[in-house]
Design a binder for this molecule. Sequence first.
Ligand SMILES: Nc1ncnc2c1ncn2[C@@H]1O[C@H](COP(=O)(O)OP(=O)(O)O)[C@@H](O)[C@H]1O
Ligand SMILES: [Mg+2]
Length: 248
Amino acid sequence: METYLEAEGLTKYFDGVAAVEDVSFVIRRKEIFGLLGPNGAGKTTTIRMLSTVLAPDAGDVCVGGHSVVREGDEVRKRIGICPQELALYPELSAVDNLVFFGRMAGLSGREATARARAVLAGVGLEARGNEVVKKYSGGMQRRVNIGIALMNRPELLFLDEPTVGIDPQSRNHIFETVLALRAEGTTVLYTTHYMEEADRLCDRIGVMDRGRIVAVDTPAELKRQVGDPDQTTLEEVFLHLTGRSLRD
Ligand SMILES: Nc1ncnc2c1ncn2[C@@H]1O[C@H](COP(=O)(O)OP(=O)(O)O)[C@@H](O)[C@H]1O
Ligand SMILES: [Mg+2]
């Protein structure tokens, strides 16, 4: 299968301590790739480097044929980012948030308005799109934030812990959105510290611990390396790989 993203030797230090160290992996076109690891493993720092938010101290990433280090503008045209912390205007309606961020991404007013309606339906919020976002539940706000990341029709969508602290209904909506995006041909990078989520959604998983990737494979293959794939959990895989539990 065709490679869409290739990270090579990614490294980032904070105050002399490596948050991400020599991380290399590929994401194939149209797959859901999970980055799974406990809090502090380096998932968000990795996503930030992959998406041009943070410059690596060493290494590079090729996204859709372009280097994040040398061709940031070309990379940004092709990606959508839903950050771990919500990034939207609580005083604006969902539609106005989407239109605003669509214009920021270079859409005309007319295009942004049409796209906002389509995106809102995609995340299951069309009935409440004109309400101010601060009245929404956390899960609905998260769905608006995913919508913002979709305004420019990204080839690759980054979702950083999209389901933390949200209601089950929104969680299911997010799963459905991610699966629908894959069916449409979007490539997705999904970080989580919930093993069941990674197991259920992801085509392949990179297991991260202490700034490093310790394994990359399909969920079934990761389990097979530890025991009977039908009886093994990703928790057991993590324990096997790192000698400790994934739970906080
Ligand atoms: N801006 C920053 N300044 C200093 N340390 C940071 C910064 N961002 C992340 N870190 C540290 O880097 C490590 C990895 O963090 P992070 O990438 O957020 O992990 P994860 O997303 O897997 O929870 C942690 O030890 C965290 O405290
Ligand atoms: Mg994080």
